[in-house]
Each structure stands twice: as C-alpha cells, then as structure tokens.
Write a protein that binds this ligand. Structure first.
Ligand code: ADP
Ligand code: F6P
Length: 322
C-alpha cells in the first residue's frame, strides 16, 4: 500500500503561532509515515501548483517565528466552483488525499468547498481576532493580546506623564476580544467593542468625569477596530472636557512577533489533532478548543454557530475601572 499523502496551507490574515501549527502537521504526519506537502500562499498554491514536499528539517527553527513560512493569501479566485474543482484535481494529480487549512472562518468555508470537491480538509483556527464561534481559542490571540498589552502600557506611561487621555485602537473588525482583554489588563477607563451598544456621553465622557472626581488625571480608552473613529474621539474629548487627548492605532504590530508559549502549545496540539483526523480518512471537520480541551466539530455545524461575547467579563471591566 502506498503511503498516505497530505498537505498543509495557511490562509487569510497571518497569526503568530501558524508556524508552530505547520510544524506540528509536518512532524506528526511524517511520524505517522505520511508524505507531507507545504502549499504556498493559501489556496493560490493549489491553483498555481506552488507546493513543496516537506521533511522533518523543513520545519526546524520555526516554532518561535511570527508570520507563516508558507506565506498566506486571500484568494478571490478560489471562491469560484471551477477553481475549487481545479484545486481538487491538482491534489489528486499529486496523490494528496487531505489538506490541513490553518486560518479563520473564511478559510474554513474554502476547506468545506474543497472537501465537497473530493479532498478531505481539516480546519485549524488561526487568527489573532479569536472570532471563530466554534472554538474558545484561536492560534495567535494570546500573542496579539500580549503585544497590545505592552504597547498600551507604553502609551499609558506617556499619558500619565502629561495628564492626558490616550485613545488606542486595537485590531478586531467584528470581535472585541482583543480590546476587552487589553482594556482590562491596562485598567482602561472605557472599552468600546462592536458587540456592545455604546453612547459616547455615558460610556466615555461620564466615566472620565467620574474618575476625575476621585483625583484621576490620565485616562486610557481602548477601542476595537470594528468601532473605529479614534481620531475623532480624541478631538471630541479635548473639546468636551478640555484635556489633551492623543489617538493611536496599533495596527499590524499586533499580527507579528514571536508567538507566546500558549500559542505555540495550542498550535502544536491543534496541528497534531488535524493530522490524526486525516489519518483516519476523516474530513470536513474543524479542530477546536472547547472546555479547555482540543477536540473537533463538523465544519457545517461549526460555521453555523454564533459567537457569544463575554458580557460578564465586560461587566467586570466596567465595575473595576472606576
Ligand atoms: P479568514 O480565513 O482569516 O477568515 P478570509 O475571509 O479572507 O480570511 O478567507 C481566506 C480565504 O479563504 C479567501 O481569500 C478565500 O480564498 C477562501 N474563502 C473564503 N470564503 C470562501 C468561500 N465562501 N468559498 C471558498 N473559499 C472561500
Ligand atoms: O483577522 C485578523 C485581522 O488582523 C483583523 O483584526 C483585521 O481587521 C484584519 O485582519 C486586517 O486585515 P489585512 O490588513 O491583512 O487586510
């Protein structure tokens, strides 16, 4: 019997820890006697034939690196059925029976399409946003939060020296998890996230005034990208309260950097789980963390789930940043 052959790709926005997941897929695949191909630049690699067979040493010294050694891409072309069929044909021509797709929920839709075209795919959640409903955790989230934490701490130092208000935008288009966690960890006076309706007078201005009354002179406001408008908010605070305000958008600094221990370990566990499913001939599943444990779910079920924002944690933040 010929040995089983699988591939691994990274897709969508990169996230620290993707390399650790690629390493786990390659090493655990080879350890099980499989041949493992790396696919370059997301689904584009399957459309352009841009793949390379990996060996144990191909993934040496990458576990601590940010970014992804396989590069990543957003492939519009792959959204078309014809392209999905072509990618599946390419896999068959190389003997590739299964693909591990490391990315966000868009990438999982691609994985479902490729499975429907005949190639078993397993999704591994890799995105800094932690916005995948089916999993408590996504690879990259911890590193991004800790980077944001360090940056906001630095901004806080200078806000304190000048008695200013600093408004900081962190990443998260539809998901306020980075803002919430960073806001709590830096003692932000206000945290604005897309999941919670807010009113600037009540949720920012009144909170600043209340803390001023107890002697506070510098303020940090953390705003998720999906809320935006930090420059306008800074101008409004200056005009409304007469305190100097500065806006900072942290941006892609949050996407890079050496992954934290948590991201390296979870990525390793998830990559291993993905390969064990493909080894059993199982596809159309997503590796997830539930109840702190690594397990897997049907992709259709996973994509239908709605994310639940941690309103209890938000309440905690609002009751102690006073
Ligand atoms: P993320 O995976 O981080 O959510 P995107 O939403 O940009 O990022 O998706 C990454 C890639 O996954 C897309 O560029 C595309 O190649 C593929 N993809 C997304 N949605 C679909 C879909 N409905 N069908 C097929 N492929 C898709
Ligand atoms: O999904 C991760 C993320 O960093 C989001 O927080 C952000 O909105 C988006 O990707 C930015 O994507 P890019 O700049 O790569 O297009």
């Amino acid at each position: 019997m010929s040995e089983k052959c699988i591939a691994v790709l990274t897709s969508g926005g990169d996230a620290p820890g993707m390399n650790a997941a690629v390493r786990a897929v390659v090493r655990s695949g080879i350890n099980r006697g499989m041949r493992v191909f790396g696919v370059y630049r997301g689904y584009n690699g399957l459309l352009n034939g841009d793949i390379k067979e990996m060996n144990l040493r191909s993934v040496s010294d990458i576990i601590g690196n940010g970014g992804t050694m396989l590069y990543t891409a957003r492939s519009e072309e792959f959204k078309k059925k014809e392209a999905q069929e072509r990618a599946a044909d390419f896999c068959r021509s190389k003997g590739i029976e299964g693909v591990v797709v490391i990315g966000g929920d868009g990438s999982f839709r691609g994985a479902r399409a490729l499975t429907n075209a005949g190639i078993n795919c397993i999704g591994v959640p890799g995105t800094i946003d932690n916005d995948i409903a089916c999993s408590e955790y996504t690879v990259g989230f911890d590193t991004a939060m800790n980077t944001a934490l360090e940056m906001v701490d630095r901004i806080r130092d200078t806000a304190q020296s000048h008695d200013r208000c600093s408004i900081v935008e962190v990443m998260g288009r539809r998901c306020g998890d980075i803002a919430l966690q960073t806001g709590i960890a830096t003692g932000a006076t206000a945290i604005l996230v897309p999941e919670v309706d807010f009113n600037i007078e009540r949720d920012v201005i009144a909170r600043i005034i209340n803390t001023q009354k107890t002697g506070k002179k510098h303020f940090v406001i953390v705003v998720a990208e999906g809320v935006g408008g930090v420059a306008d908010l800074a101008k409004y605070i200056e005009h409304r309260l007469g305190i100097e305000a500065r806006a900072t958008i942290l941006g892609h600094v949050q996407r890079g950097g050496s992954p934290t221990l948590r991201d390296r370990v979870v990525a390793s566990q998830m990559g291993y789980e993905a390969v064990s499913l493909l080894d059993k001939g199982i596809g159309n599943r997503v590796v997830v963390m539930r109840g702190g444990k690594i397990t897997n779910l049907d992709i259709n079920e996973a994509l239908e789930m709605e994310r639940v924002f941690d309103t209890k944690l938000y309440k905690v933040a609002m009751s102690i940043s006073i």
